[in-house]
Design a protein around this ligand. Structure first.
Ligand SMILES: [Zn+2]
Length: 431
């Protein structure tokens, strides 16, 4: 029997995003509300027990039972001392939440993909099995390794030092190269001399910008991409349901806007390539109907095909969709046309499951407008020795319901304005 009286006592929520991946959201004392993606991987098709759980980040390391007013009252961490005795409600951490949900008895090893080293992505490592136990392997970007090694650099760049929290101790087991597919190797529990390999289906992309070690990972089986802190929307159905405040995409003093811009273009191309596969294999095409630009008619390809044997083709189906009621054109065919779907996107905060291409292009357009000085901004004062600004349409005369906002040191944006080619900043939106 589980020693945990109920999941509702944990400061985490969990919901399934796709057949293999759950989204875990943490209610933490820093109001970061980190996203932890947990993907179960099976050694062979038909296995009943996962061989591996991939965790994308580990959150802030919350281990307290949240009180009903947890979101407004911040409870200090207990001070560890020789007489310290953990109270029962200090066990509500990520490791125990995973044991209570997708990793009963904690028998399945973890591959932790750190989207980058900031504290709200790595503090949960304090509670997972150590990297020396063989039960936890950490993967980080191999881009500018010196950002996180030696440990003194990790302490500084994770912001753990500045926040006065202990920097987690872990070894990086996999330094992932750009565009590298990730294979997880481990000793066969029955024959230790034998090494088993699991193709995780995950590909890593180096996407420096937010930090030099920022990475994006793509799950080719689920056609799902996770961009870490590179970008996210201000709000989402998850944040609204949890009454969380809107959140800007954040740049820090170590950020580089030109790198970020180039990484964004790279991810856009990557996603566009994969979305093209959907278009190429789909049996449908969309034709604009009549003169009403708000309406589309979907016509399946079978409509126009004739069979040389003379047998009748399936009855043509014409489906009219009123786009005023739909956010994006929905493709429908007689047999759902394609097993491939457009790539979905999640981030390390706020955004969990949106159309990737749409979100990325909209963010690119928002940043163009920031760089063109079209978004209202205000100073947030000094942070880590530099003046930080917020760019947010809510500051202007508009309705304040913009999809994105950005917080960054003024210098970072100024440097971006100089470094990013003018032709790219001023190019008209052609999304
Ligand atoms: Zn970050």
């Amino acid at each position: 029997m589980s020693s945990f009286p109920g999941l509702e006592r944990f400061p985490f929520t969990i919901r399934q995003l796709n057949p293999s991946t759950h989204l875990i959201r943490e209610t933490d004392k820093y109001s970061e509300f980190p996203h932890i993606y947990a993907k179960t991987v099976f050694l062979t098709k038909g296995s009943t027990r996962p061989a591996l759980i991939i965790l994308s980040d580990t959150g802030c390391g919350t281990n307290l039972n949240p009180r009903p007013n947890f979101s407004t009252v911040i409870r200090p961490e207990p001070i560890l001392s020789g007489t310290y005795k953990p109270r029962p409600d200090h066990n509500y951490n990520l490791a125990n939440f995973l044991r209570a949900t997708i990793n009963p008895n904690g028998e399945i090893p973890y591959l932790v993909v750190t989207t980058h080293c900031h504290y709200d992505h790595i503090l949960g490592l304090n509670y997972l099995p150590s990297t020396t136990s063989g039960m936890t392997t950490v993967l980080s970007s191999s881009h500018k390794k010196s950002f996180i090694v030696p440990r003194s650099n990790l302490a500084e760049h994770s912001l753990c030092e500045a926040m006065g929290v202990k920097t987690p101790k872990y070894d990086v087991g996999i330094w992932a190269h750009d565009l590298e597919p990730i294979v997880y190797a481990y000793p066969n529990p029955l024959h230790r001399s034998e090494i088993l390999e699991i193709d995780t289906g995950i590909t890593i992309l180096h996407t420096p910008g937010h930090t030099p070690d920022s990475l994006t990972w793509y799950d080719r089986n689920e056609r799902y991409i996770v961009v870490g802190d590179s970008l996210y929307e201000r709000e989402s159905p998850d944040t609204k349901e949890a009454s969380e405040p809107p959140m800007p995409t954040i740049f820090d003093i170590e950020s580089d806007l030109l790198d970020w811009w180039d990484s964004l273009k790279k991810v856009i191309s990557f996603v566009e390539e994969r979305n093209k596969e959907v278009e190429e294999t789909a049996d449908d095409r969309i034709e604009e109907a009549g003169s009403d630009e708000d309406e589309w008619v979907l016509v399946t390809a079978t409509d126009s095909l004739s069979d040389s044997s003379g047998t009748t083709e399936p009855t043509p189906r014409t489906i009219t969709i009123d786009l005023r009621a739909e956010k994006t054109p929905v493709r429908v065919g007689p047999e759902q046309v394609s097993k491939k779907r457009r790539v979905r996107l999640g981030a390390a905060h706020v955004t969990a499951d949106v159309d990737a291409e749409d979100c990325l292009l909209a963010m690119q357009d928002f940043m163009r407008r920031v760089l063109r000085n079209e978004i209202p901004s205000c100073s947030l004062g000094q942070e880590r020795g530099e003046e930080a600004y917020l760019w947010d349409e809510a500051l202007g005369d508009g309705d304040g319901n913009g999809r994105f906002s950005v917080k960054a040191p003024w210098r970072i944006v100024e440097e971006g304005r100089k470094a990013i080619p003018k032709s790219e900043i001023w190019r008209a939106w052609v999304g």
